[in-house]
Design a protein around this ligand. Structure first.
Ligand code: GDP
Length: 199
């Protein structure tokens, strides 16, 4: 499916611009610069369905992509979070947009929370996880850029993240290790996403 059609559908800066919930959705979120655009592009085999690294504070919209011909499901690129210099107003707007989306989106099958392998979980990731727990939206944690650190360090970070995931009710127990650059873990993640779409 991922090797078939993937088209940009629309960008929703406010919830009133959301598309109708006609298809199952899988959402992607993470701190800015976590490698979200790279992962979306790598998973779909596209060069640029998702733009990489936009200016802080400007990426405040939900971007929808349709997969399959005819459409089987949608990918939702959620606004990045954790900009050091983001004004309070921008953070508040992000929180309101994301929380209301998560709460009301019946077709949302799973959210992927991307975490940089080198950094592990940060407080903004924990806030995101709590928001997902509270809105009862199931999520997977995906470690990105796994090629950037030594195997031993990766193992240590993975084990720490896994431990913490156990305390989060909506977190899927399986932790995904990926590298968009090297293609690591992508087949497994595609299979997991397809299982989520069909769940
Ligand atoms: P976004 O802001 O979350 O969309 O992050 P991007 O996809 O733009 O990636 C941020 C930076 O990390 C870019 O310079 C990418 O080239 C780099 N990057 C993303 N994924 C990987 C990866 O798997 N391995 C390595 N080595 N670099 C990556």
């Amino acid at each position: 499916l991922f090797s078939g059609r993937v088209d940009f559908l629309l960008s929703a800066p406010q919830l009133k611009f959301l598309p109708d919930g006609d298809f199952p959705e899988i959402a992607f979120c993470g701190r800015s610069n976590v490698g979200k655009s790279s992962l979306l592009n790598a998973l779909t085999g596209r060069r640029a369905i998702a733009r990489t690294s936009v200016t802080p504070g400007r990426t405040q919209e939900l971007n929808f992509f349709e997969v399959g011909e005819p459409t089987q499901f949608r990918l939702v690129d959620m606004p990045g979070y954790g900009f050091a210099k983001a004004p309070v107003k921008v953070v508040e707007k992000w929180r309101a947009l994301v929380r209301t989306f998560l709460k009301g989106r019946a077709v949302l099958k799973r959210t992927l929370v991307l975490v940089d392998s080198r950094h592990g979980l940060k407080d903004v990731d924990r806030e995101m996880m709590r928001m997902l727990d509270e809105t009862a939206v199931g999520y997977r944690i995906v470690l990105t850029k796994a090629d950037k650190i030594k195997a031993s360090e990766l193992e240590a970070v993975a084990s720490k993240v896994s431990d913490e995931m156990r305390r989060h009710p909506a977190a899927h127990p399986q932790l995904h290790l990926t590298s968009s650059e090297k293609g690591l873990g992508l087949d497994e993640l595609r299979a997991a996403v397809l299982a989520d779409v069909r769940s």
